[in-house]
Write a protein that binds this ligand. Structure first.
Ligand code: ADP
Ligand code: ADP
Length: 221
């Protein structure tokens, strides 16, 4: 499903060069739930951004769904991301002055769909995360766990093959974190969605199929 070959990422400014990723090779199978751990600054977000086609590597090749991605222009990349990938962030990234339903509909605005279809798909996604009774609320009227569930609904509404989650439970207490983890585990099991999750939490990582550890830009496990 995902293949990274000899990925290297160097951040360059006028005076500093940082080797953020050093010859990373990684294969992720369809339907796999993979977690990535490592100390702060080891390259986790950089790796997730590269897999998510938000950032280009300095060297190496990425294939997603067996497709090479290096020849795509910005518009094609945006379309590819919108169709294949769903993103979940630690800090939710919801739009606070849009109601829950409108937040969840956002990814569908870039596709051919009618307002009625969008509403139906968004409602279904919110049902899957147990929030169908909050569609008219605004994000600020929800708890952290509920906001993250809205963010998951937004990530899955377009039925992506792959979900990329950057510390999805990082801002939540352990009860809410476990709820979010259960939703992701069910999504992976029931819909076969491939999930790659960055986490600082060993307990969460051990619930996934496989753990990759990074240290100083290199894969150590
Ligand atoms: P993590 O997510 O594991 O905390 P990051 O991927 O954010 O690590 O960062 C990896 C390394 O790359 C760090 O040393 C960080 O300082 C550096 N880095 C990240 N983003 C930039 C950037 N935009 N410019 C320069 N250096 C960066
Ligand atoms: P934190 O919560 O630790 O501030 P996030 O999990 O929100 O970090 O974001 C992780 C990474 O994803 C960051 O490198 C950020 O630049 C990137 N990012 C966040 N939101 C978006 C977005 N809407 N589109 C593209 N990249 C984003």
């Amino acid at each position: 499903m995902i293949r990274l070959q000899n990925i290297e990422k160097v951040y360059r400014t006028d005076t500093i060069e940082t080797l953020a990723l050093n010859s990373i090779n990684l294969d992720v199978a369809k339907g796999e739930f993979l977690s990535i751990m490592g100390p702060s600054g080891c390259g986790k977000s950089t790796l997730l951004n590269i897999i998510g086609l938000l950032d280009a590597p300095s060297k190496g090749e990425i294939k997603i769904s067996d497709q090479k991605t290096d020849h795509l222009n910005d518009k094609q990349l945006a379309q590819f991301r919108n169709k294949k990938l769903g993103f979940i962030f630690q800090s939710y990234h919801l739009i606070n002055d849009l109601q829950v339903l409108d937040n969840v509909e956002l990814p569908l605005l870039y596709r051919d769909s009618t307002a009625k279809e969008r509403k139906q798909l968004a409602t279904e996604a919110l049902e899957k995360v147990g929030l169908a009774n909050r569609i008219k609320h605004f994000p600020t009227q929800l708890s952290g766990g509920q906001r993250q569930r809205v963010a998951i609904a937004r990530a899955i509404v377009g039925r992506p093959e792959i979900i990329l989650a950057d510390e999805p439970t990082g801002n939540l207490d352990s009860a809410m974190g476990n709820e979010i983890m259960d939703i992701l585990i069910n999504l992976n099991r029931n819909e076969g969605t491939t999930i790659i999750m960055v986490t600082h939490d060993e307990n969460m990582a051990h619930k996934t199929h496989r753990l990759v550890r990074l240290f100083d830009g290199s894969q150590v496990q």
